[in-house]
Design a protein around this ligand. Structure first.
Ligand code: DAH
Length: 339
């Protein structure tokens, strides 16, 4: 029996020493220590051992089991360490490889131009304010001298929430909202989204952006308006730019004008870009109508002011020579990255 155990132990240790996979180790475990294993078989032979020898033999069987178990444990640990070391070697990180670049978006040309416009006016002491896109008919039309039935209302057809509430057709209602607060003087621009019930084409969209301007103070004259917008045009389109004020009509200003700038492609000589005119229209403006001041609680005998309204898309298209407004709304990154 002793001999048998000794042989079994040798055999087991030998095969453990040669095992180099998890599976092999497991197989050995089953072969010697399993329920139907060889050591168990030896134990079954105990009945043939003399009773007085049994404790000794029993202890021997236990020792053998322990030795086999320990050998299995150690080999299994060594194997794990070896596999791990091999894996680490394969996974070595090359820190000198170039990093993957994240894909960044790009600022929209409208945002670039709006920032530029804000920079220009903030530099002249203006405040940037905002008004609601969903607006009362009262502010969008009535308080701007456009009562029900006025033909100007026809030109700015919009989307009605109900009889009293519309999607604003212009940023001009912000004028009335700011004037009503009663804090004078006022020097503000109000950029924002506006809406009209227009079909989409190269120059129209049912939703676009305007920038409103308003100055109210004592002794404000048309000369202030001209000087301000001239500086604006030169800052935005270049120092050689000239401005021209053409008489026009807006219900909320009197007198009113449209402003043209010299074509920045041909300098005013006339080219394809300005359709041979030499001039390009950029905005509407005027002296705030006394009745508009009165409706917002300002005494026109003490205060005067001027206002202007710029189409943001219009100047973005001009500045970057983009010929189709729809490109501004597609947000194709290949388009946006060009600015
Ligand atoms: N709100 C006008 C429009 O949408 C633009 C405009 C013209 C605004 C003259 C003004 C202004 O403040 O004085 O057509």
């Amino acid at each position: 029996m002793q001999e048998k155990l000794q042989k079994l132990l040798e055999e087991a240790l030998n095969s453990i020493a040669n095992a180099n996979t998890k599976e092999a180790i497991n197989d050995i475990k089953v072969k010697y220590l399993g329920k139907k294993g060889e050591l168990t078989a030896v134990l079954k032979g105990m009945k043939d051992v003399l009773p007085e020898d049994r404790p000794k033999v029993g202890a021997l069987v236990n020792d053998t089991r322990k030795e086999i178990e320990e050998a299995l444990e150690k080999t299994s640990k060594d194997l794990k360490a070896k596999l791990r070391a091999e894996k680490m070697k394969l996974e070595k990180i090359d820190v000198t490889l170039p990093a993957k670049k994240g894909i960044l978006g790009h600022r929209h040309p409208n945002s670039i131009v709006l920032d530029e416009v804000e920079r220009i006016f903030v530099g002249m002491g203006y405040e940037v304010v905002e008004g609601p896109e969903v607006e009362y008919d009262l502010y969008n039309f009535e308080k701007l001298n456009i009562p029900d039935g006025h033909p100007a209302k026809d030109e700015q057809d919009t989307f009605y929430i109900n009889d009293e509430i519309v999607l604003r057709t212009q940023t001009s209602p912000v004028q009335a909202r700011v004037m009503e607060q009663g804090k004078l003087p006022i020097r503000m621009i109000a950029p924002g989204r506006v809406f009209r019930s227009d079909e989409v084409d190269a120059t129209h969209s049912p939703s676009f952006h305007q920038i409103e301007g308003l100055v109210i103070d004592k002794n404000i004259t048309f000369a202030d308006l001209k000087g301000t917008l001239d500086v604006f045009a030169k800052e935005l389109f270049g120092p050689e730019t000239k401005t021209k004020f053409r008489p026009h009509h807006f219900p909320f200003t009197e007198p009113s004008a449209e402003v043209d700038v010299t074509c920045f492609k041909c300098g005013g000589k006339g080219c394809r870009f300005c359709k041979g005119e030499g001039w390009i229209e950029i905005l509407g403006c005027g002296m705030v109508h006394p009745h508009v001041l009165e409706m917002s609680g300002i005494d026109p005998n003490v205060y005067q002011g001027f206002a202007f309204g710029v189409g943001l898309e219009r100047i973005t298209l001009l500045k970057y020579e983009i010929d189709d407004m729809r490109l501004l709304y597609e947000n194709d990154i290949r388009f946006l990255q060009q600015f």
